[in-house]
Design a protein around this ligand. Sequence first.
Ligand code: JAH
Length: 262
Amino acid sequence: MRVDVVSIFPEYLAPLDLSLIGRARAAGTLRLAVHDLRSWTHDVHRTVDDTPYGGGPGMVMRPEPWGEALDALAPAELAPDGVTLPRLLVPSPAGEPFTQAMAHELAAESHLLFACGRYEGIDQRVLDHAATRMRVTEVSLGDYVLFGGEVAVLVILEAVTRLLPGVLGNAGSLDEESHAHGLLEAPMYTKPATWRGHEVPEVLRSGDHGRIARWRRDEALTRTAARRPDLLAALDPASLDKRDRAALDRAGFPLPAEDVAK
Ligand code: JAH
């Protein structure tokens, strides 16, 4: 996968040289380039911002450097159909929520282009114009405001890179993890069996794989009910068996109605 990132703080993306992302880059699985937006400015001060039309606090990123950056990294003439152009991702508190499902979708793309805004954001016409020739997605990590999109790009690229073929050693761990089944995961333990007076639950040391699976499922349901009732509410009620319903009942969670149509 090819990834381009445009930012006025390219040093912010330095962690992408490290750890498993760095290894994916070294292996050629991830071809990543970080670009300084100011290289597409032409004035002596290399200005990237200006005051907002309509008034209000803060500054807005000028469209001209962004237009040149996107022209250079996603040349329209190479793909008049738009299909082979990169997918443009713009982190923003006003974007659509980033989820594990979106991470899978992005991992299937051949080319991602990230535009990191700063200040109050990028002039909207940059996105509107880009959308006339490529797919543009404004994406949010959650309901909070950062100084800019750079850290969001680190998060998104970490979530996406670990899904690329050959990056994770054990592919099995991908479909057992949190969010793969719409539930939070059960707690995990390792040795020693007793640590500072805290015991590993007996069932996990029983060797009874049926009981262990049931216990983990109950823990996943109980945790999800307590911490993320929104995830439980989004589950297909048909995916809950009798024992799931009993676990949720014990957790005091209002049970979704059985699907009477089926
Ligand atoms: C802030 C440009 N949802 C996380 C997130 C993503 C981006 C930004 N803030 C929060 C942001 C200022 C300028 C982007």
